[in-house]
Design a binder for this molecule. Structure first.
Ligand SMILES: [Fe+2]
Length: 238
């Protein structure tokens, strides 16, 4: 293990708390063995509100997400450990709802008691925002739905990834930063999100070189790039 990867291993160990990521020398085999993601995507993204009715009104009525499941989390004797350990909310017997966000994925909310401080969305480790995907026609429809419901569009619509990924940003009633993203040159149903956001190896390498001068690490990252990339950049002679 060279000095750089030892430092990276230690730094990752610190920043991940109890989780430890193997330094590059050990992770290389794994990363190169995987050409496709191991996971399919989001099962559920769990967020926090202190007003479930307001939240359901927004996500069901404005963003059109049907309710899939609703429950109250279990009650337990004071001081008893939750079956989910530290992954559980620090409150028992609270509403917990699951919404269909599309793509066979769920958006979930817990309703915490009132008077809990709002999150700092720009703190390290925070969820900065969530971006939902849709086709070009639905993109325009949702933009109009939001405006018709008095929701402020804070940024956009704008081009975020050339040539055609556009998005706009807004906040839900809890102050959760949201985005709707769409490939405006793409199909309405077959969104091809990965393909439409991919880049060439050359472009990725140039970006990685702005965050590290460790060529071996950059080679690893490029080797583990999505197979749905756009291939080498072809420079036009004209
Ligand atoms: Fe985004």
């Amino acid at each position: 293990m060279d000095g750089t990867s030892d430092w990276l291993g230690k730094r990752r160990e610190e920043s991940m708390g109890t989780a430890t990521i193997a330094p590059r020398s050990r992770s290389r085999e794994l990363s190169l063995a995987v050409g496709e993601p191991l996971l399919r995507g989001i099962h559920h993204l769990a967020l926090v509100t202190d007003d479930m009715r307001m939240t359901l009104d927004f996500y069901v009525r404005v963003l059109g997400m049907p309710i899939v499941h609703g429950l109250r989390t279990p009650s337990r004797p004071p001081g008893a450990r939750h079956a989910h350990g530290n992954g559980a909310p620090p409150y028992s017997n609270i509403p917990h709802y699951f919404l269909d966000m599309g793509g066979d994925s769920l958006l979930a909310f817990f309703e915490y008691p009132k008077r809990i401080a709002k999150a700092d969305r720009d703190a390290i480790g925070a969820m900065q925002h969530v971006s939902f995907a849709c086709g070009p026609a639905r993109y325009r429809e949702i933009l109009e739905r939001l405006k018709a419901n008095g929701i402020t569009i804070d940024a956009g619509p704008l081009l975020v990834i050339p040539p055609a990924i556009h998005s706009f940003y807004f906040f839900d009633p809890n102050g959760i930063r949201l985005e709707i993203s769409s490939d405006l040159d793409g199909d309405e149903e077959d969104l091809l999100v990965i393909r439409s956001c991919s880049m060439s190896e050359t472009e990725l390498r140039a970006e990685l070189e702005t965050i590290s001068n460790d060529k071996a690490w950059i080679d690893d990252m490029v080797a583990a790039m999505t197979p749905q990339g756009l291939g080498p950049v072809i420079l036009s002679a004209s």
